[in-house]
Design a protein around this ligand. Structure first.
Ligand SMILES: Nc1ncnc2c1ncn2[C@@H]1O[C@H](COP(=O)(O)OP(=O)(O)OP(=O)(O)O)[C@@H](O)[C@H]1O
Ligand SMILES: [Mg+2]
Length: 375
């Protein structure tokens, strides 16, 4: 669906049609989806036969270090992946889960990429391309040779005077990020066949065939990501830097406990604490309000720009496991949160045991990126 636009004609790696070299593969095989977050690495092994997906294996490797030493996160505030550490952990995860495939698709976090919506008159394809190139320079603070762009028309409107306009969704991924991810996977023994923005992977994992404007709120470790998708097309993506780690840190400071203890308390009581933990839940509510306000703000930006309302909201990411968050957030935003159904059309191998509640929230990106292989 996306058109590729090349600043750098020598570039070999592509986002959209990268599968051109593997189209002859029988896609009945198995493939890995890899999601490298700030606090953990997630891995799924997926296969597809006819219309049926099967989760063959999965693993989550959490790195607790980042709680006490945020600069030890896999991707620190500098947003640069710690290649050596990440590839070691990924190799460990591959070994421990015993996944059989070495073919992998990997997601790129929103905070490592540039996504923006451009408004412009409806032009010919060639003119649009020129205009996109020109505007990209204003939005992306990198030299053209340092970034790969992808763009696509996502909306068309006519004003009262009959003038036609279009909206273009522009994605820019720094070439260095692409190289870092490919190297990291290679050192871990994996062959990367595609990289994809995590927002797009999430939409694939969670939306199924629902065409309504749907907002996905992904509460991760350091960032909350908001993506709006309509009719299978990503229309908007924004993020805030308040997420799970912010909640833990707020508890640490308010209660005067260690980060590990604050993390434990957060996960145990969430918003539903009773008795001695009621105070904790009340505190958490007030901090969660910050995340909800930011999500509301991003929702309004989408609604204003597209002159339409979000009709459905799905919560995901580890932060969506906070006890009581769906009910509270639904009340604040004004309509119920829809269930996140990552495993709706995916069977699991019985040897994996039951997929616990909440795992879908953590694995959504990895599942979404793996599914892309079979599209
Ligand atoms: N039961 C729970 N209750 C509250 N928070 C939880 C629970 N389980 C996980 N979390 C929080 O989810 C966050 C991690 O979420 P996730 O695994 O989606 O992050 P990530 O992908 O590593 O981070 P990012 O996407 O920001 O890079 C952590 O802050 C963790 O405390
Ligand atoms: Mg994440």
């Amino acid at each position: 669906m996306f058109k590729n636009l090349w600043y750098n004609t020598g570039m070999k790696f592509r986002f959209s049609d990268f599968f051109s070299d593997v189209t002859n593969f029988v896609k009945g095989g198995r493939v890995l989806g890899v999601d490298i977050g700030t606090s953990s690495i997630k891995l799924v092994e997926l296969s597809r036969r006819a219309d049926r997906f099967r989760l063959l294996n999965y693993g989550i490797l959490e790195t607790k270090d980042y709680l006490e030493h945020p600069n030890l996160a896999l991707q620190g505030d500098s947003l640069k992946l710690d290649e050596k550490k990440t590839s070691e952990l990924l190799r460990l995860l591959v070994r421990q889960t015993g996944v059989k495939s070495t073919t992998a698709l990997v997601s790129i976090p929103s905070y490592s990429s540039f996504v923006t919506v451009l408004d412009m008159p409806l032009l010919s394809l060639g003119e649009t391309e020129k205009a996109v190139l020109f505007q990209a320079r204003q939005f992306i603070p990198l030299e053209p040779s340092e970034v790969t762009l992808d763009w696509s028309k996502v909306d068309e409107t006519v004003n009262e005077r009959g003038q036609r306009f279009q909206k273009i969704l522009l994605i820019g991924i720094p070439n260095e990020i692409v190289e870092v991810y490919k190297r990291t996977l290679k050192v871990a023994g994996l062959r990367t066949v595609a990289l994809e923005l995590e927002s797009i992977a999430l939409a694939r994992a969670l939306l199924h065939a629902d065409p309504r404007p749907t907002m996905i709120v992904d509460i991760g470790g350091i960032a909350t990501n908001v993506v709006v998708v309509e009719g299978g097309v990503m229309k908007y993506s924004g993020q805030t830097n308040h997420a799970g780690l912010y909640l833990t840190r707020a508890l640490e400071e308010s209660l005067g406990v260690s980060m590990s203890r604050a993390e434990e308390l957060k996960k145990r009581s969430g918003l539903l604490g009773k008795g001695s933990e009621l105070e904790l839940s009340t505190l958490l509510l007030s901090f969660l309000d910050v995340i909800i306000e930011e999500a509301q703000r991003l929702k309004s930006i989408f609604e204003e720009r597209y002159s339409k309302k979000v009709q459905k909201l799905i919560l995901t990411g580890g932060g969506a496991n906070l006890q009581g968050v769906e009910k509270y957030m639904g009340e604040q935003i004004g309509f119920p949160i829809s269930p996140s159904q990552v495993f709706l059309d995916i069977e699991y191998d019985p040897r994996l045991g039951a997929i616990e509640r909440g795992l879908g929230n953590e694995l959504a990106v990895a599942v979404g990126v793996a599914r892309r292989y079979f599209m």
